[in-house]
Design a protein around this ligand. Structure first.
Ligand code: NAP
Length: 263
């Protein structure tokens, strides 16, 4: 098939009758920031491959998919190699413009408190937050390379910035370490995929009102300013992702106001 015909074949008709030219795949999209990403990309008329660990329990996501033909729900546990392999096989040769590595865990407070460290707890957090994003990106890289926008995004945190974290006591060790490792992994991935035009970028949302943020605030940061609403934060994050280019991606961790924080 000629390339131009192949490209036309992947366009899906939007609810508004126009063409859905952008395909977005989101990990961990059954709640929190991931669900809000799915809602807002769907509202924009994009095709959304909304992945989560337990599609059968994802009531909010299933309701979104029922109301919007552009949303498909897929099973993906980012710590499960069989899930990753199976998803990549089902979507082989299908362009993905924006891959959003959003899935993440904070980890149990008691596991990452000085005096009660746990190797198992450490592995769980690193597996999801660092290796999960890397493995999903590896498996779907050809889909991103085949797309128009060619963006791989990882949702990181200022908590993973070694510069910013310095000197603050009582912090979640594994979560911080996992985000720093995620940042380094994505930086290496960006270098490997740059020649193919892929932009690999790290975006930190700041404090946003989700289940993870509530746990973070109660265990580590009570008394600080209230978190942003997910709808506002995701609207800003999507605008930021639209503006991202190689230079911004390579300069550090991108935050919602368009500035960069250091690694
Ligand atoms: N909210 C904030 O203030 C904030 C700040 C900085 C960075 N972040 C980052 O933003 C991302 C989203 O966080 P959130 O605040 O939306 O947290 P959340 O409300 O706790 O949601 C976490 C999501 O990740 C999913 N997940 C966990 N383990 C997974 C796995 N093995 N495979 C696939 N999905 C998995 C969860 O699925 P289940 O429902 O199956 O558990 C859920 O959908 C995370 O990477 C987090 O580190 C958040």
């Amino acid at each position: 098939m000629k390339p131009v015909i192949a490209a036309l074949c992947v366009l899906v008709t939007s609810a508004a009758g126009g063409a859905r030219a952008t395909t977005v795949l989101i990990t961990g999209s059954d709640r929190g920031l991931g669900l809000e990403f799915a809602r807002q990309y769907a509202a924009r008329g994009d095709t959304v491959i909304a992945t989560c660990r337990h599609p059968e329990k994802a009531a909010g996501l299933q309701a979104l998919a029922s109301a919007n033909k552009g949303v498909v729900v897929e099973k993906l546990d980012v710590s499960d190699d069989a899930d990753i392999k199976s998803l990549a096989a089902r979507y082989k040769a299908r362009p993905i413009d924006i891959l959003i590595n959003n899935a993440g865990v904070l980890g149990a407070h008691e596991d990452q408190t000085l005096g009660t460290f746990s190797r198992k707890g450490f592995h769980e957090v690193m597996d999801v937050n660092s290796f999960g994003a890397l493995a999903v990106s590896e498996a779907l890289r050809e889909n991103v390379i085949a797309s128009t926008q060619k963006k791989i995004i990882a949702i990181t945190s200022g908590a993973g910035s070694i510069t910013l974290a310095g000197g603050k006591p009582r912090r979640p060790y594994y979560y911080q370490m996992s985000k720093a490792a995620l940042d380094m992994g994505m930086r290496s991935l960006g270098a490997d995929l740059k020649s193919q035009g892929v932009v690999v970028a790290l975006v930190a949302p700041g404090g946003v009102d989700t289940e993870m943020n509530a746990a973070f605030r109660s265990d580590y940061m009570s008394g600080t300013s209230p978190p942003a609403k997910p709808a506002e934060a995701i609207a800003k994050m999507m605008a930021l992702i639209d503006r991202l280019d190689q230079a911004k991606a390579e300069s550090g961790i991108n935050v919602l106001d368009g500035t960069i924080i250091p690694w």
